[in-house]
Design a protein around this ligand. Structure first.
Ligand SMILES: [Zn+2]
Length: 71
């Protein structure tokens, strides 16, 4: 897909795929969350509640470190 992992994002769109799930490490507590790349609601960390994704109507704005792309 042309994207080297891990990649750190700060409320940016992840360009490595469209309808994919991301294994995303929370920037606050380090917990690993599974986040849909086109999330339609705000996604928060399951451990600390930090905001990890904001919806845009298309690809979400992602915050954290993408460790892996899950098809
Ligand atoms: Zn967290």
């Amino acid at each position: 897909m042309g994207v080297k992992l891990p990649v750190k994002l700060e409320f940016q769109k992840f360009r490595g795929g469209d309808k994919v799930f991301l294994k995303l490490q929370c920037p606050e507590c380090g917990a690993v969350n599974i986040v849909y790349n086109k999330a339609s609601t705000v996604v928060t960390c399951r451990v600390c509640g930090a905001v990890l994704a904001r919806p845009t109507g298309g690809k979400a704005l992602i915050r954290g470190t993408v460790l892996e792309v899950l098809q």
